[in-house]
Ligand binder design. Structure first.
Ligand code: TRP
Length: 337
């Protein structure tokens, strides 16, 4: 296969933060604007149900994440941008793949194993306590997401490599049983991808409650930048940029020249108040217009629905015929043949 097909899914939970932007959203959008490959970006809203059973939050997260990607420059004309739940073929394929996937393979999935281990450590009599079939069979749904569009390359974080191996395993098994149908995808792990530190100096992550939301109001954004932990060095004392959370955040959003300039100021003993002011001003300038677009989009969800509906139409033009082929291959369909 010569043409690359790149596919990325984002589970719609929570609100995107600076770390998501620098580590995933920005590189994905940049690459979609510069490659010749087919690009599929989708909102994995059925995956969200695995983690969240509050309907209002499920809906709000999908809205926030769709608006974030669009405001960040995703071009829905250039990529196929859709919502997983708008493509019924995906869940249909997921069942067929469930009937092909080995249960033993799923027993080894990290997310499931971690949940079992937690139960065991807390002394529960039932190792499967609180574990839904959604969590258990989630790698099969992910395989359906990927195989449905014959993706060849899937950019993922390290934690998702195992899911890509499972996808290949399931795809291969299907091809072996029913004839060559699916392309086997490769994981694209971005070794150099940026990891930002959060307010407390640990990795910026929702689970640590230390994030800086990407499109917070200007006032709150300033407040959060001011809350980033530094140390007790006084103005005039030289500071180490390389261990500094604030500097790391700045560096993810500044040009080489600006970073060199900030580094010099650290060496010259810039005060923390002044450094935070400069970081806020720089980031705010960079995000201001996007924030405005984001707010406009959020206040007009029907427009986002329209954009997603167009994406779904493009996606289904692929998914419908492939699904017909799959059904036929497994012997489901009109009895008259
Ligand atoms: N499971 C992925 C995550 O949590 C999200 C996802 C769902 C995905 N389906 C996908 C990523 C398909 C890539 C391809 O990050």
């Amino acid at each position: 296969m010569s043409q690359r097909t790149i596919l990325t899914g984002v589970t719609t939970t929570g609100t995107p933060h600076l770390g998501n932007y620098a580590g995933a959203i920005r590189p994905a959008i940049e690459s979609s604007l510069t490659t010749e490959a087919h690009n599929y970006f989708f909102l994995a809203d059925y995956h969200a149900l695995i983690k969240c059973q509050e309907p209002e939050r499920v809906r709000e997260s999908a809205l926030a994440i769709a608006a974030t990607w669009l405001a960040s420059g995703l071009d829905p004309e250039k990529v196929t941008f859709y919502r997983q739940s708008d493509i019924p073929e995906i869940t249909e394929l997921s069942w067929i793949l469930t009937c092909v996937a080995a249960k033993g393979l799923m027993n080894r999935a990290h997310a499931y194993k971690a949940a079992v281990q937690e139960n065991e450590e807390s002394g529960s009599a039932d190792p499967d306590k609180g574990i839904t079939m959604g969590l258990f069979s989630y790698p099969v749904l992910m395989a359906a997401d990927i195989l449905m569009f014959n993706a060849t390359h899937v950019p993922v974080g390290r934690d998702q490599i195992q899911h890509l191996e499972m996808t290949r395993d399931i795809g291969q098994r299907f091809n072996h049983l029913f004839g060559e149908t699916f392309a086997l995808p490769e994981a694209m792990v971005e070794e150099t991808s940026m990891v930002l530190k959060g307010l407390d100096g640990r990795k910026m992550s929702k689970s640590y409650h230390n994030t800086i939301p990407l499109f917070e109001s200007e006032k709150k954004f300033r407040k959060l930048i001011n809350k980033i932990v530094t140390n007790s060095l006084e103005p005039g004392e030289p500071k180490d940029p390389d261990t500094c959370t604030l500097f790391g955040i700045y560096a993810a959003f500044a040009s080489e020249d600006d970073v060199a300039n900030m580094r010099r100021q650290y060496e010259e003993g810039i005060g923390w108040g002044e450094a935070k002011k400069q970081v806020f001003e720089h980031l705010n300038e960079l995000l201001k217009d996007k924030r405005e677009t984001y707010n406009e989009l959020i206040s007009d969800p029907a427009e986002i629905d329209r954009i997603l509906a167009q994406g779904a139409e493009k996606a289904r033009a692929q998914a419908t015929p492939l699904m017909q082929q799959v059904r036929k291959a497994v012997g489901i369909g009109p009895l008259a043949g």
